[in-house]
Each structure stands twice: as structure tokens, then as C-alpha cells.
Design a protein around this ligand. Sequence first.
Ligand code: MG
Length: 435
Amino acid sequence: MNAGLSILQRTGFCNSPGAQGPVIQGTEKHPVRRSVPFWGITRPESMTALKNESVAPLPAGVAASGRPDGELVRRVHAEPPHAYRTPFARDAARVLHARAFRRLAGKTQVFTRLPAEGLSDHFRSRLTHTLEVTQISRTLAAALGLNVELAEALALVHDIGHPPFGHAGEKALDRALRGNGLSFDHNLHALRIVTWFEERYPAFRGLNLTLAVREGIVKHSRDYSVAEHPELKEYFLDELPPLEAQLIDLADEIAYLTADLDDGLDSGVIALDQVREAVPLFRGFHDAALAGYPHAAPKVVVYEALRRVLNVLVTDLIEEVRALVTALGATTLDEIRHAPERLATLSPQIEAARMGMKDFLYASLYNSPGQEHVHAQAEKVIVELFDFLMAEPGLMPEDHQAQIPTEGLARTVADYIAGMTDSYIVQLWERCGGE
Ligand code: MG
């Protein structure tokens, strides 16, 4: 199968004869035997050879085990095994059926849904973003022979702790809590939701998820120290998480970088020429799609280019993880946990492309001058409602008020606000006198 072709050739990009890319210096981790010139991106031949001969999955032992008698499936409250569903499949279903999960439909991904914005309904919400991350995560885990059900559960739950108004909302809620000696972190809030806040079972609070899913919620995107977070010590803080959890962070990035280029272009906030200029990976595929489909509608050519960008990012990640695990010689999860560093990374060349896309989106979309008033309005709504409810806690629903004695007033108000959708918080803020 296509032996000798680089990832970009095999994934549909036609290279121009004679085009010379820069020569990349090899490192011990990423040896470069001979560079394959490719419109600015070169692939180490060693990696190409490796991936062509090894579409095989990783050794079975490196996958997180969902065995019913294993440590990773331990739940805080013991439950009998299900007759025909695995523990991680049950966790994925528990997340899918949670109230906090359904509310992701009404939460901002990038384009804040304040009524004044008047944007279309087909932009990503945090729910559709989550479903895209889940699709990518399942693909990654399946290709690598990892635990697909664990990857799915982790992807479904990865943004469940996000407050309304995206990152602007998270920052505002954190600032409000810091004024009360607390802080807000969406990963830790997700853990709080699944271990305590959701009430669906008569026998216990929370969703009673397995240890592997709770560990992945905490550690998929960053490390926490035991010194700062003694309450998290059961989650193996001095070890790396399983690959299924490590992959979620990049699956998330791949999903949102490509989707945000799509939504950004569709909204008119960014222009096609800007993307072509700033993102060579996109430009290459866009040119190839234009050449291959000269009569296609312009937006369909963009979709085709974005589809190929996504495919290259995912394929590169699969190949890089496979190469790193192979180089490490790991055959067990324990060896993954004690590797010198996380193994879910992109190759240096594609990583550079990813960083370029990210820098561009931050400058041109997330923090663009036109977004300032949206962020400012989001912060105003959250901070004013937080202050209002701190002064008038009796306006919260009774089940929230009941938590004040054990959780404290500020945390209870933050829990209440974090659970709101964008439209609900604006309605409540207006009812409380906001304008
Ligand atoms: Mg996400």
C-alpha cells in the first residue's frame, strides 16, 4: 500500500515537482535519515517506513484494561457488573444521559450566543464540539488498538465542566471565586459534577464513574501536584495517564482548530485569504482541492481542504504515538505511565503546523478586536449575577440552597452559574436587574 509515500501524499495532497522544503534537524527522539521535501513540511523517512509497515495496533498491554476485576474500573460505590456492557461503556452512557451533558447544547464553543449577536444556528456549540472530539477520539483509539470505550467516555465528558460563554465565562467565574478565596478550573469542575453534583441514582450522589474515567477527567490536559491538590491523590498524580486520556487533549485541539477555521470563515470574522496566508497546511490542500475540483462551489472546496487538514493531523498523531511507543519498547500500561513524558504528540513538522493554526486563530478569531465586546459582556453578566446571588442566595433553587451549609455560599453560587446555558444566564441576569 503506497509504500514510500509521505503522509501528505497519501492523504491527498499533490506535491509540486522540485519544491524544496526546509531540512529538519533530527533529534534522538525523532531521527531524520533523509528529508522528503514537501512544500515547507518534511517527513522523516524513518517514520514513513515505520508507518507503512505497521498499521498494526500497539501491544494489547498498553491499552487501559476494562476488565471487571481490574483496578481501573473501580467505582467509589461498588456495583455489580452488568450482564453485557463493559464498565467504560456504562460510563460513556452515564455521561451521555447526564443533565450537565445535555446543557452543553446551549453553551458557547467560540461564538457566544448572546441574542444581540444574531449568528446562525449551525455554528458549533459545546455539545457538537464534544461529539466531534468523540468521533476523533474513537478513531485514534481504534487505530492504535487502545480502549475505544474508555476514549469515548473521556471525550464525551471532557468539556462537561465548562460554564456558559466559553473561556471568557470560565475566566470571569474564576475571577469572581478568587475574590472569595476559591478558584474555578473546568477539569476539576467536571470531576465535581460527575462525583457529586449530578443526582440520578438513589444509592449515591454523582455518576459513580470508574477510576480510569475520573483520572482522565483530571489529567487529560494537564498535570496536578499532590502538594497543591491532596484531594486528588487517588488519581496517580506522579504518573502519566493512560494513552486513552493523553489522546483526548490533542483530539480536542484537532477538532476545534479545524472546526473554528470552518465557523470562523462561515461567520465572516476571518477571510479565506487570511487563512491561506497564515496556514500553509490549509493553503496546500485548498490549492489541491481547487485544482482537483475546479467547478466545485467555493465553500465546498474549503470543506474539502479542512477535511484533509483534519485527516493529516489525526493520521500524524496515530503514527507519532505508534512510533514513540515502539521506540520506548513499551508493552504495558505501567511503562506508559512511567515514560519520561507524555507520548501523545504530533511529529515536529505537524506540531509546528498545529501551533501556526492555533496562533492564527487566537489572533484573528478568539481574541480579535471584534470579539472584545462579546467577552466583556459575558464577563459582566457572570460577575454581576454572581454578586447578586451572593447577596440574595434565597433566589437560587431550593436544591442549590440546600448545599450552602456543606459547600459554602461562593462555591454553591459558582456551581449554579457554571451549570447554566448561555441563554438561561442572560434571562436570569435580566430578571435580576441586569442591563
Ligand atoms: Mg473541548
